[in-house]
Ligand binder design. Structure first.
Ligand SMILES: [Ca+2]
Length: 191
């Protein structure tokens, strides 16, 4: 026997629903919502995983394209930037973005080969700097003193408080200069 107090009238439709019916309907809806929530969170996890995969692929493609900039000079691969004038710190970052580093010139043979790629009277940043300790030039690649130098006459300038802390190649020789100066730069590939 239907509990008349419990009967609910639904609008003008004349549909009669008991409290027990409405509870079942609500439970049913709650179950469906829970299932939907589970499904949505599963799909969301799949989308995030797909997105991560795509980002990895894009990053690999980007690295491959950037590495195509480098070409072999002697036994190693270098990239000479000729059209972008930047300070030393930016040059270092640009090389890293290309999957490389600012170039270390390891010996006279390498210097001669690289020099052929460079314009005259133009500056090209390399890895050397004495930012940390005046007069103690180190490589930003190895953080150690390099084994090879080829300074221009009157370089390096070494005195306390000087701002010529970064090194570029100029007409085939090394000069220490203000790191904020805007020069071209040379990167080397990381093997
Ligand atoms: Ca200096």
């Amino acid at each position: 026997m239907m509990d008349k107090q419990a009967v609910l009238e639904a609008g003008q439709t004349g549909i009669k629903i008991t409290q027990s019916d409405s509870r079942k309907i609500i439970e049913n809806i709650e179950t469906k919502i829970a299932a939907l929530e589970k499904l949505i969170s599963k799909k969301l996890a799949e989308i995030i995983s797909l997105q991560n995969n795509m980002e990895q692929h894009f990053s690999q493609i980007k690295n491959t394209l950037l590495k195509m900039n480098f070409h072999r000079l002697g036994s190693r691969a270098f990239y000479v930037e000729k059209n972008m004038l930047v300070d030393w710190t930016t040059a270092e970052r640009k090389c890293r973005e290309m999957g490389g580093q600012l170039a270390t010139i390891e010996n006279e043979t390498e210097l001669i080969q690289i020099k052929k790629e460079l314009k005259e009277n133009t500056s090209y940043w390399i890895d050397l700097n004495d930012i940390q300790s005046e007069g103690k030039f180190i490589s930003s690649v190895t953080w150690n003193p390099p084994t090879y130098f080829k300074w221009h006459n009157n370089h390096p300038f070494v005195h306390t408080g000087n701002i010529e802390d970064c090194v570029f190649l100029y007409n085939g020789k090394m000069q220490d200069f203000d790191c904020n100066y805007k020069g071209n730069f040379i990167c080397q590939n990381v093997n």
